[in-house]
Design a protein around this ligand. Structure first.
Ligand code: AMP
Ligand code: ZN
Length: 474
């Protein structure tokens, strides 16, 4: 498939044609979670959109290698190297060790990803696996004069760069994005924007995880992990680096500073940033508490796919405000969509030409900076087409590789339940429809009678937020 892809690049602040370093291949890096708590649905907005980007690139034919870190050390409560160590705070909160916390929340993160159909990256590397590489990189930065030791910590010297603000531009508004909490002065720093590469003498006497280093026993700063892990697995030339917009400054700005000083040339060509999921009172964040998780959404009766669709309906570069009403609307839309998909029987022969044409149409619809809502529109266009059901199913399976809205499960459910008996399915669907009509006419006695009639046949129906679900008793 010949499809040009255009991406918004934070480096140039423009939508540009995506041209990888090596034709046909994409080296892609994603900042992973800090595993001191459950991921909230804001974090997961970023991971859903990055998942779509990866799958879309694969869909149009690229061979993608995607790498992600797990932050299990070094991330302080303020991204400016101040405040409490997040992992330590998590361990204290739960009276467990840091490694227990890391293991628990890493597993929880991947469980959430699974529920949201987010593919696990090809390489996932926890920061604590790579301490030796961090030390080696810091040594080289010291050697090259880009770093200095002060107050027993090692710092990156931002005054050594021609353009430290290459990503964020020296614009107050942009910088605000990265300022999460307090800003404490660190008097060891030569320049305000210098950042820690290695902590030895820190205020954390009780730091649980410490390693020996040429500068004394200590632990790494947060930013070094992403530079190192990306270089280790993707080499010196990277195509795409992703994260949420709060990562632009200081995290990604510092990653560029370290990596390019270390390798001596431009590192990554495209920087893709997902905007925030907000609540009425601002950005959803782990430190604020009261955040929403996938499990909480499920407890409230939502299928995780409804949240994925909620994200896909809006563009990743726009802030997205979360509300229950908004989610309820999507739940209804998703239910209707699933019901329409479910009705496709699979009859007929797949028309290869129509299939290819629709794949191309879908690829084109998303090509302008991952336009997911256009992609969803193509899905609706397809449902209206005068194609046979087998062809429609085949196209949906292809498109849903990228959107990953669990659409194929509609058929699995039908087939599991009915054991392949289309007549029985049609009968149940008709009864459910009849009951819905009865309810609409406020004829609740009739509605109950239909439910009982089905129950007598061993067919149990249940009303959920996602619509009527049915099962057959063993
Ligand atoms: P963290 O676990 O805090 O390191 O964050 C993991 C990812 O989620 C990073 O890419 C963040 O930029 C992103 N992120 C954090 N908060 C939000 C939010 N409210 N909406 C979207 N993405 C977010
Ligand atoms: Zn990172």
């Amino acid at each position: 498939m010949e499809q040009k892809v255009y991406l918004h690049n934070t480096l140039t602040k423009k939508v540009e044609e995506f041209i990888p370093n090596v034709p046909g291949k994409v080296a892609m890096y994603t900042c992973g979670p800090t595993v001191y708590h459950y991921a909230h649905i804001g974090n997961l907005r970023s991971y859903i959109m990055e998942d779509v980007l990866e799958k879309y690139l694969r869909f149009v034919g690229y061979d993608v290698k995607r790498v992600m870190n797990i932050t299990d050390v070094g991330h302080l409560s303020s991204d400016g190297d101040t405040g409490e160590d997040k992992m330590l705070a998590g361990a204290k909160r739960e009276n467990k060790t840091v490694m227990d916390i890391a293991k628990f929340y890493t597993d929880a993160f991947f469980e959430d990803c699974k529920k949201l159909n987010i593919k696990t990256p090809d390489v996932v590397e926890p920061a604590t696996n790579c301490i030796d590489s961090f030390i080696e990189m810091i040594e080289k930065l010291l050697e090259k004069g880009y770093a200095y030791v002060a107050g027993d910590n090692v710092y990156f010297d931002t005054s050594k760069l021609d353009d430290y603000y290459v990503l964020s531009s020296q614009n107050e508004d942009d910088l605000q994005v990265g300022v999460r909490d307090d800003v404490e002065e660190d008097t060891n720093k030569k320049n305000k924007t210098d950042f820690v590469l290695w902590f030895t003498k820190s205020k954390f006497d009780n730091q649980e995880l410490k390693w020996d280093s040429p500068w004394g026993v200590g632990y790494p700063g947060w930013h070094i992990e992403c530079s190192c892990i990306a270089l280790k697995h993707l080499g010196e030339y990277m195509d795409i680096h992703c994260g949420g917009v709060d990562n632009i400054f200081p995290h990604h700005t510092n990653e560029i500073a370290q990596s390019e000083s270390y390798i001596g040339h431009k590192w990554c060509n495209y920087w893709v940033h997902v905007n925030h999921l907000n609540t009425k009172s601002g950005k959803m964040s782990k430190s604020k508490g009261g955040f929403l998780t996938v499990t909480k959404l499920q407890e409230d009766g939502y299928d995780p796919m409804v949240y994925r669709m909620f994200c896909l309906q809006s563009h990743y570069r726009k802030p997205l405000e979360f509300s229950e009403e908004g989610l309820d609307n999507v739940a209804r839309t998703y239910e209707k969509l699933l019901n329409r998909v479910k009705k496709l029987t699979g009859e007929g022969e797949v028309d290869a030409e129509q299939l290819e044409a629709y794949k191309a149409k879908f690829a084109a619809s998303m090509s302008n900076d991952i336009n997911t809502s256009m992609g969803i529109t193509v899905l609706y266009d397809l449902l209206k087409e005068d194609y046979n059901d087998a062809t429609k199913r085949a196209i949906i399976e292809e498109i849903d590789y990228v959107l990953s809205l669990g659409l194929a499960k509609a058929w699995e459910k039908t087939e599991d339940n009915a054991g392949g008996d289309d007549e029985l399915v049609a009968y149940i669907e008709a009864k459910i429809e009849e009951r819905a009509q009865a309810k609409k006419n406020k004829d609740f006695a009739r509605a109950d009678a239909i439910r009982d009639e089905l129950k007598d046949k061993g067919i149990i129906i249940k009303d959920t937020r996602e619509g009527v679900v049915w099962t057959i008793e063993e």
